[in-house]
Design a protein around this ligand. Structure first.
Ligand code: ADP
Ligand code: MG
Length: 252
């Protein structure tokens, strides 16, 4: 039997105010794969990502994380808050706006969920947090507060916080879009290293070089429809869809 996909999305549709923002999306993310999601603003990229950890509920279709349903069980019954948070622990998310707690130090930001969601002892949580902060080059700031950090540093802390939970997949929603241009590189370098380490990642991005060099598959959304999915080589040189050809023409 083939191994379960890390994320499996089947026939997912979603409306806001009677407008269909996702239309019958099918997408599998295999373990160890990096998938970049491209598309213009309003095409449904964030909504699709947010469905993957049930921050948004699809109207139709199903989503599985390593084979197990998220949001509803196999009989269609909604999961309890507790069951849902169990599945969500396995799906990391990194936002454009970092979402660090301002009143907590860098270390405390990373240990928060380890202590209060995973229920680890403080010594163990600290050890994991220091290790992950080291990985993103931020351990020297463990005792600093977020306000003292640059945007690139904040985002690296947010990535460490996500890694600390040992997620099966990490979702990134435009992780570099809020950064000054000179800070984008340090965050992309961390993400590139994670990809090389074998992390499963779904990345909504406008960074074409990252999409091309780091992804295994590139996906293009247009008005809620997945109109192209291809390996980067094909996507960037010879896409099937005329829409993607036009999109690429505007980015060159
Ligand atoms: P993208 O991330 O590609 O820019 P989004 O997924 O954020 O696109 O949005 C897709 C569409 O859904 C847009 O038209 C947006 O205005 C709409 N939308 C997103 N979130 C909501 C919401 N919570 N309520 C109503 N409409 C929303
Ligand atoms: Mg978005």
């Amino acid at each position: 039997m083939p191994e379960n996909a890390a994320v499996s999305i089947k026939n997912v549709s979603k409306q806001f105010d009677n407008v269909e923002v996702l239309r019958d999306i099918n997408l599998d993310v295999q373990k160890g794969e990096v998938i970049s999601i491209l598309g213009s603003s309003g095409s449904g990229k964030s909504t699709l990502l947010r469905c993957m950890n049930w921050l948004e509920q699809p109207d139709r279709g199903e989503i599985r994380i390593s084979g197990s349903r998220i949001g509803v069980d196999d009989s269609g019954k909604h999961m309890s808050h507790r069951e849902l948070s169990k599945v969500r622990e396995r799906v990391g998310m990194v936002f454009q706006s970092f979402n660090l707690w301002p009143h907590l130090t860098v270390l405390q930001n990373v240990t928060e969920a380890l202590l209060h969601v995973k229920g680890l002892k403080r010594a163990e949580a600290n050890q994991i947090a220091h290790k992950q902060l080291e990985k993103v080059g931020m351990n020297h700031k463990a005792d600093s507060y977020p306000i003292t950090l640059s945007g690139g540093q904040k985002q690296r802390v947010a990535i460490a916080r996500s890694l600390a939970m040992s997620p099966e997949v990490i979702l990134f929603d435009e992780p570099t879009s809020a950064l000054d241009p000179e800070l984008v590189g340090e965050v992309l370098a961390v993400m590139k290293a994670l990809a090389a380490e074998g992390y499963t990642m779904v990345v909504v991005t406008h960074e074409m070089d990252f999409a091309r060099q780091v992804s295994d598959q590139v996906v293009f959304l247009e008005k809620g429809v997945l109109i192209e999915k291809a390996a980067p080589e094909k996507f960037f040189t010879n896409p099937d869809s005329e829409r993607v050809q036009r999109f690429l023409a505007t980015t060159r």
